[in-house]
Ligand binder design. Structure first.
Ligand code: RB5
Length: 173
């Protein structure tokens, strides 16, 4: 499994803590931001989401002030099921029932200590959909995938969609 992590300025300190505290268990590829200088969450969130969506066994963690902006932008990327998680229960359910592939965290809402355990729960849980008795979860996630497929008829990312194309010049993370 490949692990990606990203944050805006509001989540920068917490991102560093997560990497440090969980380094023995998960090796994160850090996609920025790399300082507490203000940066728009959409820039980092999109890059991480694109990476996770383009790899078979990838999972992401995105941190901003509330986790809301990151989940909004990540969920615009086809193939992404980003979940805003805030405790052990939502962390576990996001994986077991929703097969989430990105966890979004609000750094201004959750303590670093709680975050470590929440992220660990998220990353170590698995999807119930392929287990006996979990068929309903598989069906529901397949419904999400089918809706997405119908709605995003053009695979923009495969066609080279990028922030550069959209905003003119890519902001440096
Ligand atoms: C930044 O001030 C804040 O708006 C951002 O981190 C995030 O909470 C947005 O959803």
């Amino acid at each position: 499994m490949q692990y990606y992590i990203g944050s805006d300025h509001a989540g920068f300190n917490l991102k560093e803590i997560i990497k440090e505290k969980l380094k023995g268990k998960y090796k994160f590829e850090d996609m920025g931001t790399f300082s507490a200088t203000r940066i728009d969450y959409a820039i980092v969130g999109f890059e991480v989401a694109k990476k996770v969506a383009s790899e078979k066994n990838a999972i992401g963690v995105l941190i901003c002030g509330t986790g809301i902006g990151m989940s909004m932008v990540a969920n615009k990327v086809p193939g992404i099921r980003a979940a805003l998680i805030y405790d052990g229960f939502t962390a576990k359910m996001a994986r077991q029932h929703n097969n989430a592939n990105i966890a979004c965290i609000g750094a201004r809402k959750i303590s670093p200590q709680a975050t470590i355990s929440i992220i660990d729960t998220f990353l170590s849980a698995g999807f119930d959909g392929n287990k006996k008795g979990g068929e309903r979860h598989k069906k529901r996630v397949e419904q999400i995938v089918a809706i997405e497929k119908e709605h995003f008829k053009e695979d923009a990312i495969k066609k080279g969609f990028s922030l550069e194309n959209l905003f003119g010049s890519k902001k440096k993370v």
